[in-house]
Design a protein around this ligand. Structure first.
Ligand SMILES: Cc1ncc(COP(=O)(O)O)c(C=O)c1O
Length: 423
């Protein structure tokens, strides 16, 4: 998080003081650092060296069109999971042959859209889906390039809601059925089976589960080749974790270390699996989302009221679960810091939003610098799975998004107005 930092007690994004942005554009407000996003992408993409690879950005993490355009221009491919994301990826300029389409529940019209756009690969997750892809491709008189997503039954040791590679998860084909599924795929008309796909979960904090998945995938490539199925492409998914606590430091801030924060840099995750993946002699695709955008984003919010009950102290702010769902959805931790540091006094509070749900909170039982009405705060590390989860629940308006590049500021999505609530 090099590009979001304190200088003389003021929080900056690149060369722009965030206090000024909050005053000019109002809160709640998402702000992203362009330089941070590009540095994150280049670190991951560069870790492959000369190897035949594509780094597909997972649009689900942050699909703002300006963010997509800059990543497409930087040479990224795109990992999409719906017709809507495919539309956004094409509009942003990602080349068709650098787009993969994953997801356990693709509709027929979405499959048709992907085939008509001639994208690189559709990642299939069930035999019924294979049959539908074959049918649609046949009807369109084309050949569908298909990968099959396997479920490696490896524990990513992440939150249960974002673990995807266990037997009890809905994703992929379990090991007992992998061989049969590939054989069926090979026998179906209008299907060219070229790849194997896996994605074991998100916010993974250790290299070991990745390494185990890489070994398993490479073993499967060998087995499938022995069966006459020519795999040329491994899609290794995303999932690289990022630190969330203690990401920004100042002597006025409490040190709040989470054990999971000992996360190696993204390049080390890639370096940890490359030697294994290389053995398969395939082109390797990855689909990182969080590790490209998470630490490039902050959510600015204003303290509306402070309120004390006999049980707790509350800081009521103007952002909540309708702007950032992660804390309410799975108790996710985000550091919350003042935009201007004006006190060394700390207190333990719940930071809550204005939504009519007791589950609407941004932090619970959190030690932080004492705040007062009208203070401005930043919720850190929200560039991924932040704005994309915003909603109009409680008649709330989706916030604006801003991109900072050096000293330049661009509104990349205006704040909604009441008229949006009628659509
Ligand atoms: C298939 C697939 N690929 C890529 C990703 C991106 O994961 P992350 O943002 O953790 O890198 C996800 C997220 O869940 C996913 O389901």
């Amino acid at each position: 998080m090099k590009h979001i930092y304190y200088q003389e007690g003021q929080l900056y994004c690149e060369q722009v003081r965030l206090h000024d942005l909050a005053e000019e554009y109002d809160t709640p407000l998402y702000v992203y650092s362009k330089t941070q996003i590009l540095e994150n992408f280049n670190a991951i993409n560069g870790a492959f060296g000369e190897m035949d690879h594509v780094t597909c950005y997972a649009l689900k993490a942050n699909s703002n069109p300006a963010v997509l355009k800059m990543l497409a221009e930087a040479g990224a491919g795109a990992d999409v999971v719906s017709g809507g994301e495919l539309f956004l990826a094409l509009r942003a300029g990602f080349p068709q042959q650098k787009i993969t389409f994953a997801g356990v529940g693709k509709r027929e019209d979405e499959i048709e859209y992907a085939l008509k756009e001639n994208i690189f690969s559709i990642s299939v997750e069930s035999i019924q889906e294979l049959q539908l892809v074959s049918l649609v491709a046949n009807r369109l008189n084309t050949t569908a390039q298909v990968s099959i997503r396997i479920n490696p039954d490896i524990d990513a040791e992440s939150h249960p809601y974002i673990t995807t590679g266990l037997k009890q998860n809905k994703f992929g084909i379990e090991s007992e059925k992998i061989q049969e599924t590939f054989k069926i795929a090979k026998s179906l008309p209008s299907i060219e089976i070229h790849g194997i796909h896996t994605h074991i979960g998100s916010q993974i904090t250790k290299v070991e589960p990745f390494a185990a998945a890489a070994k398993l995938v490479v073993d499967w490539v060998a087995k499938l080749r022995a069966d006459g199925i020519g795999i040329t492409h491994i899609d290794f998914g995303g999932g690289i974790g990022v630190p969330y606590a203690n990401t920004i430091k100042h002597e006025a801030l409490p040190v709040d270390e989470l054990p999971e924060n000992q996360i190696p840099p993204a390049e080390q995750f890639i370096a940890g699996v490359l030697p294994t993946l290389q053995q398969a002699g395939c082109s390797v695709w990855v689909e990182p989302g969080r590790s490209i955008v998470a630490d490039a984003g902050v959510l600015l919010t204003k303290v509306l009221y402070t309120k004390e009950t006999s049980a707790r102290k509350f800081v009521v702010v103007d952002a909540g679960m309708t702007e950032l769902l992660r804390p309410s959805l799975y108790g996710a931790y985000h550091q919350i810091v003042p935009l201007s540091i004006d006190t060394f006094v700390q207190e333990k509070v719940d930071v809550v939003g204005p939504i009519c749900e007791s589950g609407d909170f941004l932090a619970r039982d959190r030690l932080m610098p004492k705040t007062k009405q009208q203070d401005l705060l930043a919720v850190m590390t929200v560039g991924a799975y932040g704005f994309v989860s915003a909603s109009n629940y409680n008649g709330r308006l989706r916030p604006a998004e801003i991109l900072v590049n050096g000293d330049r500021v661009r509104v990349i999505r205006p704040r909604q107005t009441f008229d949006h609530l009628l659509q």
